[in-house]
Design a protein around this ligand. Structure first.
Ligand code: DAH
Length: 344
């Protein structure tokens, strides 16, 4: 049995000398050292030997298998390193290759314009109201009554305002001014807030009008607030948003919730004031309505108009975006044609 062991060991060493790869080593391990390997076969027969021989042959078998294990491990390390080196040199990564293009979505121009307007107004001291102050589905009370809009005002007509089937008095808000009432109710001045959001109107759709659009409402109520403060804030806002060189004008107007009231027009960028389809030939586009909060509105929310005054404004987000980026049709914002949206 001793000779047998030595022969197997010799064969194993020869096989090992011939091995050239990790695969060869695995084969050798299987052939000699696995459960069904040649050494194990011999070890199974040890039981037939005398105790003395068992000890001698057993320890020889152990020694030989140990040596073979060590030799296999050494070869393994050698081949592993060699194969890894080969692989690494063959599979060199070219980090200068251009990457794969993964198209990425981005912010809609109405959202980015809203964000820009909001952040300018924040820099002027206004805070955004909580969402709960500015719902899109609203009662007639907040959208009209509390804002001093008479019962027979044409804006309340179904031709102008979308009424819901939820209840007779529930509308899709036609203006973000509803947030003024909710921002003032139960609060004490100073109140200096803005409310961005979507509004709905039953409009005939054209280049300037869509049946939903976006506004940013502003409200400042405190002691001694004057029309001069309103003009100062809006002029500063427009200067920051458009830069100093864009012609603008204040024009007196009427809103039920402000007295006096005004509108601000910005020169049409499409025709530079000459008149075109977008500005319907006037050379100007109206971008916001504003005014001094009507005493009736203050009284409605429990603020004493003899102590406090305030100004309010409502900006049209689409108009501001059109005038900055020379977009000649409001409908482009909502068709969601990627060729258009991609440009922003
Ligand atoms: N809510 C008005 C509209 O949608 C705009 C407006 C006018 C808002 C005057 C105001 C304001 O806050 O004071 O046409």
């Amino acid at each position: 049995m001793k000779e047998q062991l030595e022969t197997i060991y010799k064969n194993a060493q020869e096989d090992l000398a011939k091995a050239t790869s990790l695969n060869d080593l695995e084969e050798i391990r299987g052939k000699y050292l696995s459960r069904k390997g040649e050494f194990n076969e011999i070890k199974k027969n040890l039981k037939n030997l005398s105790n003395e021989d068992k000890r001698i042959v057993g320890s020889l078998a152990n020694e030989i298998t140990k040596n073979l294990e060590t030799a296999l491990q050494e070869k393994h390390n050698e081949f592993y390193k060699k194969e890894l080196d080969e692989k690494l040199s063959k599979e060199r990564l070219d980090i200068t290759l251009p990457g794969k293009f993964i198209p990425q979505g981005h912010v809609h121009p109405i959202t980015s314009t809203t964000n820009e307007i909001v952040s300018i107004l924040q820099s002027l001291g206004f805070s955004v109201v909580p969402d709960a102050c500015s719902p899109e589905v609203e009662t007639e009370y907040y959208n009209f009554d509390a804002l001093n809009v008479p019962k027979d005002h044409p804006a309340r007509d179904v031709q102008d305002t979308f009424y819901t089937k939820i209840a007779k008095n529930i509308v899709l808000r036609s203006q973000t001014s509803n947030s003024q009432i909710r921002a003032m109710e139960g609060k004490n001045p100073p109140i200096r807030v803005i409310a961005p959001g979507r509004v709905y109107r039953n409009e005939n759709i054209n280049a300037r009008k869509n049946n939903f659009f976006h506004q940013i409402e502003g409200l400042y109520v405190d002691k001694n607030i004057t029309f001069g403060d309103l003009k100062g804030v809006l002029n500063e806002f427009i200067r920051i948003y458009f830069g100093a060189s864009r012609p603008t004008r204040f024009r007196s107007s009427f809103f039920p919730f402000t007295e006096p009231s005004a509108e601000v027009d910005v020169q049409c960028i499409m025709c530079e004031g000459k008149g075109c389809r977008t500005c319907s030939g006037t050379g100007w586009l109206e971008v916001l309505g504003c005014g001094m909060v009507d005493p009736n509105v203050l009284r409605e929310v429990g603020i004493d108009p003899d102590v406090y005054t305030g100004f309010a404004f409502g900006m049209g987000v689409e108009r501001f975006a059109m005038l900055k980026y020379a977009i000649d049709d409001i409908r482009l914002f909502f068709n969601n044609d990627v060729r258009f949206l991609k440009q922003f």
